[in-house]
Design a protein around this ligand. Structure first.
Ligand code: AMP
Ligand code: GLY
Length: 443
């Protein structure tokens, strides 16, 4: 059995990294968790220290941070450092790393690459085609072809876009109007736009801990991507999440690991880019079974904030085992209860958020028994915290079931406020019926 790393370095500074630091620092055998750059709020956690000067996108700076703290394990939180080659540099410097190399992280950083790998692996995704900047006529024709089937279309920017480069269209005319701006915004060479058929169903996030070959499922969760109640408004990075899912039983999650994650791992390994890290499958649970919408090369945000509190046993040894290609050595245990997370966001998000406003009610929320993970806050000179970004906080309630967890999250979130704060009031409020799909094969 692999033991807990005594000193882990986490790269990142958001609410997902706050949840990771909270989880790992609370585990037996851990001396210290260091977060680079982290934030004032993350540094408030017991046994957590932050290195605020470190640029997470600079591979050399992250390597030197790992050296300075003699990290036994490095865990990468967000996608941008992965795409910047931070993992490759750390491995080159001899560190144990839980996170994919730049080559393996392309599964997220290029939607066209993800479609290509999934097709080769026999994993079903939405029908789609990728287009280069000069392909406007062909792209228009494909949008029209999907539209003629009465399906609706989805336009996706090819590169990383923090969940905001995707628009779902029921109105084909509008999609055609917007198409030139998608093509113009893309950065070539290569595909800049993916056009997909629109799928209908419930979404779910199935994330696995992967060691290059083997995959172990984390509890399934569901993110609420739209800004406003009732799933209205623009797509965001995620406005709230919950776990478990009433419509995705554990055996269905295992079927997804077997038919989505493991084939993708095998294909990436075959291409010389074995994937070590959190492999996130965003799925649409359709009438015909689960269909892969996207892969991410990391934990979701806000999914991590509801998944990590559900882990009953230690996570550090499992991540260390995966980094050493020995996942079978470390079991993962899960609490039977439920978690619900509500994101509190700044005015203007997902556009340009307002910043610098004092946050009220944090202590009252914690006193109500909720976990509060900070994504976009800064410490204020006189004490307390102010806003510094779009998605500022995730307030997580825990309970024996989703109703109890939701109640806890709502009560705590109701105590927090600042000028212009935006949030949803229906996270986990309308749950899908229990077995919505047949246990699924996706290919
Ligand atoms: P992605 O970044 O690819 O996950 O897309 C962001 C969001 O857009 C997803 O979480 C879905 O809500 C929606 N979406 C993406 N692809 C599709 C699709 N083919 N059909 C319907 N909705 C989609
Ligand atoms: N919540 C969706 C994501 O992290 O991509």
């Amino acid at each position: 059995m692999t033991t807990a790393p005594t000193r882990t370095l986490i790269v990142g500074s958001g609410a997902r990294e706050h949840a990771l630091a909270w989880k790992l620092a609370g585990e037996p055998g851990v001396d210290e968790v260091v977060v680079a750059p982290g934030s004032a709020a993350i540094g408030f956690e017991p046994r957590v220290r932050c290195l605020p000067g470190v640029d997470p996108l600079d591979p050399a700076a992250v390597v030197s941070a790992a050296r300075s703290v003699a990290a036994e394990l490095v865990v990468i939180g967000p996608e941008a450092p992965l795409a910047a080659g931070v993992v490759d540099a750390l491995i080159g410097a001899g560190f144990h790393v839980f996170g994919p190399t730049q080559g393996a992280a392309r599964i997220e950083s290029s939607k066209a690459f993800c479609h290509d790998v999934a097709a080769a692996a026999g994993v079903r995704m939405a029908r789609a085609r990728a287009f280069e900047a000069g392909d406007e006529a062909a792209a228009r024709a494909y949008v029209a072809e999907l539209g003629a089937e009465g399906r609706g279309v989805v336009l996706k920017q090819d590169g990383l876009a923090a969940g905001k480069g995707v628009t779902v269209y029921g109105d084909i005319g509008l999609a055609l109007d917007h198409l030139p701006s998608y093509l113009a915004a893309g950065r070539g060479p290569g595909p800049v736009l993916v056009v997909e058929e629109r799928l209908v169903g419930q979404e779910s996030s199935v994330i696995a801990i992967c060691d290059g070959r083997e995959a172990v499922a984390l509890p399934a969760s569901r993110d609420h991507k739209r800004l406003c109640d009732g799933d209205l408004g623009p797509n965001t990075g995620g406005m709230g999440a919950y776990s478990p899912l009433p419509d995705l039983a554990d055996d269905q999650v295992e079927a997804i690991i077997a038919t989505v994650h493991r084939p993708i791992l095998a294909e990436l390994a075959r291409r010389g880019s074995p994937f070590i890290g959190f492999l996130y499958a965003g799925l649409m649970l359709t009438d015909e079974g689960p269909v892969l919408l996207e892969c991410n090369a990391r934990l979701g945000d806000p999914e991590a904030q509801v998944i990590l509190p559900r882990l009953a046993g230690a996570l550090g040894p499992v991540l260390a085992a995966a980094a050493a290609h020995r996942l079978e050595d470390a079991p993962l245990t899960v609490h039977p209860g439920a978690t619900v997370g509500i994101v509190l966001a700044s005015e203007g998000y997902p556009g340009t958020p307002t910043r610098g406003l004092p946050i009220d009610g944090l202590e009252a929320a914690a006193a109500a028994g909720a976990l509060v993970f900070h994504g976009g806050s800064i410490g204020r000179p006189g004490g307390g915290f102010g806003t510094s970004g779009g998605r500022v906080l995730t307030v997580v309630g825990r309970g024996m079931d989703l109703a109890a967890a939701r109640d806890g999250a709502e009560r705590a979130a109701n105590r927090i406020s600042w000028a212009g704060m935006q949030r949803r009031h229906d996270i986990a409020a309308v749950l899908p019926p229990e077995p919505a799909i047949a246990a699924g094969v996706t290919s």
